[in-house]
Design a binder for this molecule. Structure first.
Ligand SMILES: *Cc1c(COP(=O)(O)O)cnc(C)c1O
Length: 401
């Protein structure tokens, strides 16, 4: 018989009762080091006192009022995001897919208002992930995700990741925007080169296209800068954010330049829950921590420490690990074809370390941004043991002893 909770996921048989920082405990007292952070989302770790207090205090005042009224917490959060980004204006919603949907609506509306409704096609990249709604399945473009869900939503076209000639060849009179993740997360923790991002910016300017960034996974400090595109020294026209911005509380956002945002007038877009007082209290609390002096420098320092440790791990386990890739605290171990990422994920779990699989046989590490170097070292030691478990021939070697 079907479980009451719809069987949409392949869940590990583990349930956590409480957490603290990068630690999680099951009800029966088993302890785990969390280097998945709920898929790069629990940015402040678990039970962060400042976030807990902000949510509890806001919940006791007012949780939800709807966008029929002003919401001071949302106005404050938007103001702070504007002050710390390229954007002039922010729209709040509840998830990454929803932010991307709104972002694509904003892109299409912009061109329609310029008198070019025929410009509605967004160029996307092979290996992308933009979410699970009908339109975002088409933006993602993965045949496996699209199968069985009827005709794809029109207006998305895919080109190889990192290939500037293919981008330029794909541009025609229907092209509206280029949509890219600065680091492809689900697709395999694959970073776009900074030169590629700069070239995309230049090409958008040349052809009058909008540059739309999906920073749902890379944003809010994960890369060691507040927004990953800042490493390239470019500015998008519009950007989506979600995952880490609420520290685990559901919150999404569209950040936009005025030239795009001006057309999202009453009646064009909306959300019942979006930007409610509780979600925005969480968002403001996360920003308090991430914008504190020295916080992002520390993320960058710990990330480089972890990266060096992973390079070292790869050198010691050449039969398991091919290489290390990613940015900041969004790192991937590219594995040899003989070892599946799920096998290494299971071995790490058996050692007490939580990780997340990604595409192209990559094992993803996305710890809370608050980890210390000692926790990175602990994760490296657990990964070392996990590699020994899955190394080709490990089973035979153990049996021969
Ligand atoms: C997770 C993710 C999404 C989808 O976010 P949801 O909150 O699951 O809808 C979209 N884009 C990127 C880059 C993501 O990592």
């Amino acid at each position: 018989m079907i479980p009451a909770l719809m069987p949409t996921y392949n869940r590990a048989d583990l349930a956590f009762e409480r957490g603290e920082g990068a630690r999680l405990w099951t009800a029966d007292g088993r302890r785990f080091l969390d280097f998945g952070a709920g898929i790069a989302t629990s940015s402040l770790g678990h039970a962060h006192p400042h976030l807990v207090r902000a949510i509890a205090e806001q919940a006791a005042r007012v949780i939800h009022v709807s966008n029929l009224y002003r919401i001071p917490e949302a106005e404050r959060l938007a103001q702070r995001l504007v002050e710390t980004s390229f954007a002039d204006s922010v729209f709040f919603c509840n998830s990454g897919a929803e932010a991307n949907e709104g972002m694509i609506k904003a892109v299409r509306k912009y061109h329609a208002e310029q008198g070019h409704p025929e410009r509605f096609v967004t160029l996307c990249f092979e290996g992308a992930f933009h979410g699970r709604t009908l339109a975002m399945l088409s933006a993602t473009g993965n045949e496996k995700y699209l199968a069985g869900f009827g005709p794809p939503v029109q207006g998305f076209r895919h080109v190889p990741f990192g290939n500037m000639n293919a981008v330029r060849d794909a541009i025609d009179e229907t092209t509206a925007a280029i949509l890219i993740e600065p680091v492809q997360g689900e697709g395999g923790v694959r970073p776009a080169s900074l030169d590629f991002l700069r070239a995309l910016r230049a090409t958008c300017d040349e052809f009058g296209l909008l540059l739309a960034l999906d920073e749902v996974q890379t944003g809010m400090g994960r890369s060691g800068r507040l927004w990953a595109h800042q490493w390239a020294g470019i500015e998008p026209d519009v950007m989506s954010a979600a995952k880490g911005i609420g520290g685990g509380f559901p919150l999404g956002a569209i950040l936009a330049k005025e030239k795009v945002a001006q057309y999202l007038k009453p009646g064009t877009h909306g959300s019942t829950f979006g930007g409610n007082p509780l979600a925005c209290a969480a968002g403001n609390a996360v920003l308090d921590v991430i914008l504190a002096p020295g916080f992002l420098e520390r993320v960058d320092r710990v990330a480089r420490h972890l990266w060096r440790g992973l390079e070292d791990l790869a050198r010691r386990h050449p039969a398991v690990i091919e290489g290390v890739q990613g940015a900041g605290l969004l790192l991937g171990l590219r594995l040899r074809p003989e070892v599946t990422n799920t096998a290494l994920q299971d071995a790490a779990l058996a050692e007490g370390l939580l990780t997340v699989a990604a595409g192209m046989n990559v094992l993803r590490l996305a710890p809370p941004l608050v980890i210390a170097e000692a926790e990175a070292d602990e994760a490296l030691a657990l990964l070392d043991r996990a590699c020994l478990r899955v190394a080709p021939g490990a089973a035979q070697a153990a049996a021969a002893q």
